[in-house]
Design a protein around this ligand. Sequence first.
Ligand code: BTN
Length: 332
Amino acid sequence: MNISDKQKKILTLLADGEFHSGTELAVELGISRSAVWKQLNGLAELGLSHSAVSGKGYRLDKSLELLVASKINEVVNDQVGALISSLEIHDQIDSTNRYLVERAQNNALSGSVCFAEYQTAGKGRRGRQWVSPYGCNIYLSILWRFQQGPAAISGLSLAVGVAVIRALKEHKIDNIGLKWPNDIYSQGKKLGGILVEVSGETDGPCSAVIGLGLNLFLPESEAQSITQAWTDLSRITGQNRLFRNKLAGILLNHLLPVIAEYESVGIKAYLDEWRDYDCLSGKVATLFIGQQQFEGIVQGIDDNGMLLIKRPDGNVQTFASGEVSFSDSVLQ
Ligand code: BTN
């Protein structure tokens, strides 16, 4: 569903989670009170439910902190500000990654940054959908151009994972882990994911769109289609104010330098930290590659960022891609 300008205005007024009378909303929007009611009911389709109390008016069931470029820019430091060529916030878009891939084909500059409040076709890894309800989470993509070909940036998504954990730590959120290859994890549940889409010739320059989806407040009702265990920052921290704009700025402060220097420093600069956050190492796991399954005990990652699994015959096998499912048993 598309958000109309009127609905955006209502949301901005109701974002504080306080009651606003139908008359106030009608005056602000220049529409009738019954039209206000209609617009509000339409918002329920986006997972934005509200209560109506006679004599008080309307209130969103959950307050929202909508993304605002000036608030994000207040947090972005000068070094990172110089790496950002544009910062867009879309109220709704099909996918921030798809958008920047298209913009890259039309000569958009390195350092183009795109956030969205709502994605109608958010992309996850392996063709999955990324559930992207309005105003609750972070959906962020960054376009970066590299001088060398895709091989020079293999492992970039692992370094991006490290940058996300650094940002969460700065935002006072600890004990978050990484699950190979691209997941942000907490207590056995997925909190976020990274999707890097690279285009370019094997030996020429390439561009990458680095996408991050991070759950802050994921309503149960919206998450029904998610087939794996999931969580969000409000459940992890027990907080219902997470300062979305501040977190968005902090994420940029950590992500952009890591992306910008990756071509010269490579995965080696991030291996130790990645291993500190590795939540798979030592676990009994199954790696799925297409129809094939490989069981064993995860031995962490090698110096190229590949997954190491000790197979039942005692051999340690190296894997470049795949999807891991694991149980909480830890074997030595
Ligand atoms: C995964 O499957 O774990 C990766 C999820 C990546 C989701 C983000 S949300 C922002 C960006 N735009 C997209 O369409 N996908 C990525």
